[in-house]
Structure formats: structure tokens, C-alpha cells
Design a protein around this ligand. Structure first.
Ligand code: CUA
Length: 354
């Protein structure tokens, strides 16, 4: 689609709007990370996926048109203020008033209508192209369920469940690989937004929304819930990890492994299964099959805890289990009031869930 738009709009606007847009963009984006790498960038002007690229093209066109209008109007205003300022011999009387130039009236009515029409058409076409894109037969299908305040991520065809980190294969010129997301909510409205990959789409209770991404570069992309969903809306972070095709296969194989019950963490395992942890969490291959909280089968393969609230280290994990509310006020996970010994044991067990 990017190609189509370029041909349709011609190389003229490409060159000029890019230059104009860049000048404007530099002012707007001072302080953001360098181009090219997805790491730690949440920037709609550095797209690395087809839908985000299409949106970015429209954004640059709109910005360029608005910048042009701003410069013309602002320039005329400044010129008029200086050129026709009050000077020494003026008597302060009203200047002669001029009305009724049909040509002028027509020009400033028709021109804005044409500009708006062009922007509406380009935007509508981009939206239609993105939304009506059919899923190719080899597309990866993932279900994302928004919860207060974390993301449940399911791969129905692969039989995998994880949380807060969406792993997908990269799309290359030799092999395009699209990921289609089915978006649902378990409670209130959330919104899935990873700015470098696509526009935002809401997750609405009792409704299924869909979107797709086509990441073109390996790396970690950051996003966040983009619809206020309660106290910890700001700590509902998303990570999309884009793998080279072989690495994705390796990740899938690793996620299929059941946890191995290591003998030295037996005490911690007993604590876990004796408390209500099991009511909310699943650890595949065990009796823990709870569905309210994130699946913990491969907890230690994730970078963060509590949907990005803290890095996933033994120390933060211990603090989290001791009292989740110190890291995430209002979290639906209660403190289990474990003793220090029990805490050490259960954390030792959790650390084996790789
Ligand atoms: Cu979920 Cu905001």
C-alpha cells in the first residue's frame, strides 16, 4: 500500500512533504531516540510495520498541508502587521473599508474545501486498506485479552498461553509474515497500542475487534494500554518481541515444555499449592489451572513483572509476592501474608519456571 500511495500521489508530494515534515518533525520530536532500532522507542513517526507505515504517510501529508497553511497565514499576518503599522503622521481614523470581492470570497471558500476533501479521501483510503486486509493462509493468529491490568496472550493454533509479551516472527521481503490479533476484554475497555507497529484498537467487553501487524525488523517493541481502564492503566505495558523465523520456532518449542519439578524447590512448590495462588494461576503440567491471573508456566522467560511495573528479577519477584500493592497499588493479586521462610521457598520455586 505504501507503494500504491507513492505512485498515486506522485513523487512530488513525497519529496516536498518529507522535507517539510522533517523540519516540523525535528521540532516536534526533540528528545526521542534515534531512528531504525525498535528498542525503547514508542514513536509513531518511526514505523517498522505495514499498518504503522500507512498511518505515518497520512500523518506526514496532513502535517505538511497544515504546516503550509500555517506558514502562509502566519506570514501574511506578520507582513500585514509590519507593513501597515501605525506611523507618525497617521490621524488614527478608520481606513477605507472594502467589501465584496467575489473572486477572493470564492478562492478562500473553494480552496479549503478541496484541501479537506483530499485529506478525507487519502485518510479514508488508508483506513479501508488497513481494515479490509485479508489474512493470508500462513498468518499467525493470536488472541489478546485485556485484563485489569495485564494482557493475556493466547496462540490457539500453537496451544500456547503467555502474558504481557507478544512474540511474533519478523516479516521479510522474501517471506511476508503477518500476525492477526483478535482483541477481547475480560472486564473494562482497554486499548492495544504499539506505536511502531500499528494504530490503536480498543478491547471492548462482549465484543471482538481485530487488527494486524507486520513487523519488518527483529527486536523488542514497546506499547501501552491506550484507554483509561482504572487505577493502574499506566502500568499496563506491552512488549512485542519480534523474532527471526528460526528464533520464533525455538521460542515456541521452549514454551511447549512443561515445568520440571526440581527436588530442591519442593518446599516452595508445596507453599504455592497450599495457598490460593493455584486458584488464579496456571502452571501447565500441574494441578494449578487458575484462569484469573497470568499463566506462570514460563514466568521467568519474561522481561518484566506485573505488565511492565518492574523488571523481572529475584528481588522484585520476592517483593511482588510479599505484597503486590507496593509495586502496583490496587492490583487484584492479594498479599498471601507468607512468612519470610515461605516467601524464600515460593520464590525459589517460581524461579524454576523458565
Ligand atoms: Cu488497560 Cu488502560
Amino acid at each position: 500500500m505504501r507503494l500504491c500511495m507513492r505512485t498515486r500521489l506522485g513523487p512530488l508530494w513525497q519529496g516536498r512533504t518529507r522535507a517539510l515534515g522533517l523540519a516540523l518533525g525535528t521540532a516536534l520530536l526533540a528528545g526521542t531516540a534515534s531512528a531504525g532500532t525498535p528498542e525503547q522507542v514508542t514513536n509513531i513517526f518511526k514505523p517498522l510495520s505495514t499498518p504503522a507505515e500507512s498511518i505515518s504517510e497520512v500523518a506526514w501529508l496532513t502535517l505538511a498541508v497544515c504546516a503550509g497553511i500555517f506558514l502562509i497565514v502566519g506570514g501574511l499576518l506578520v507582513y500585514t502587521i509590519i507593513r501597515f503599522r501605525r506611523r507618525a503622521p497617521d490621524d488614527g481614523a478608520e481606513p477605507p473599508q472594502i467589501y465584496g470581492s467575489n473572486q477572493l470570497e470564492l478562492a478562500w471558500t473553494v480552496l479549503p474545501i478541496l484541501i479537506v476533501l483530499v485529506l478525507v479521501l487519502v485518510t479514508a483510503r488508508t483506513i479501508a486498506d488497513v481494515q479490509s486486509h485479508p489474512a493470508p493462509p500462513d498468518a499467525l493468529h493470536v488472541t489478546v485479552v485485556g485484563h485489569q491490568w495485564w494482557w493475556e496472550i493466547r496462540y490457539p493454533a500453537l496451544g500456547l498461553v503467555t502474558a504481557n509479551e507478544l512474540h511474533v516472527p519478523v516479516s521479510t521481503t522474501t517471506r511476508r509474515q503477518l500476525t492477526f490479533l483478535r482483541l477481547e476484554s475480560a472486564d473494562v475497555a482497554h486499548s492495544f497500542w504499539v506505536p511502531q507497529l500499528a494504530g490503536k484498537t480498543d478491547l471492548i467487553p462482549n465484543r471482538v475487534n481485530r487488527m494486524w501487524i507486520e513487523p519488518k525488523q527483529v527486536g523488542t517493541y514497546l506499547g501501552n494500554c491506550a484507554e483509561y481502564c482504572g487505577t493502574q492503566h499506566a502500568r499496563m505495558l506491552l512488549r512485542v518481541i519480534v523474532h527471526a523465523p528460526d528464533d520464533f520456532t525455538t521460542w515456541v518449542a521452549a514454551q511447549h515444555q512443561h515445568g520440571v519439578a526440581e527436588a530442591q524447590v519442593h518446599a516452595g512448590r508445596d507453599v504455592f499449592f497450599a495457598t490460593s495462588c493455584v486458584n488464579c494461576h496456571t502452571i501447565s503440567g500441574t494441578a494449578a489451572q487458575g484462569k484469573f491471573g497470568p499463566d506462570l508456566t514460563h514466568l521467568m522467560s519474561r522481561d518484566t513483572l506485573a505488565a511492565g511495573a518492574a523488571p523481572n528479577t529475584p528481588a522484585t519477584l520476592r517483593a511482588w509476592v510479599r505484597n503486590p500493592h507496593t509495586l502496583k497499588e490496587g492490583s487484584l493479586m492479594p498479599s498471601m501474608q507468607l512468612s519470610d521462610t515461605e516467601l524464600d521457598q515460593v520464590v525459589a520455586y517460581l524461579l524454576t519456571l523458565k
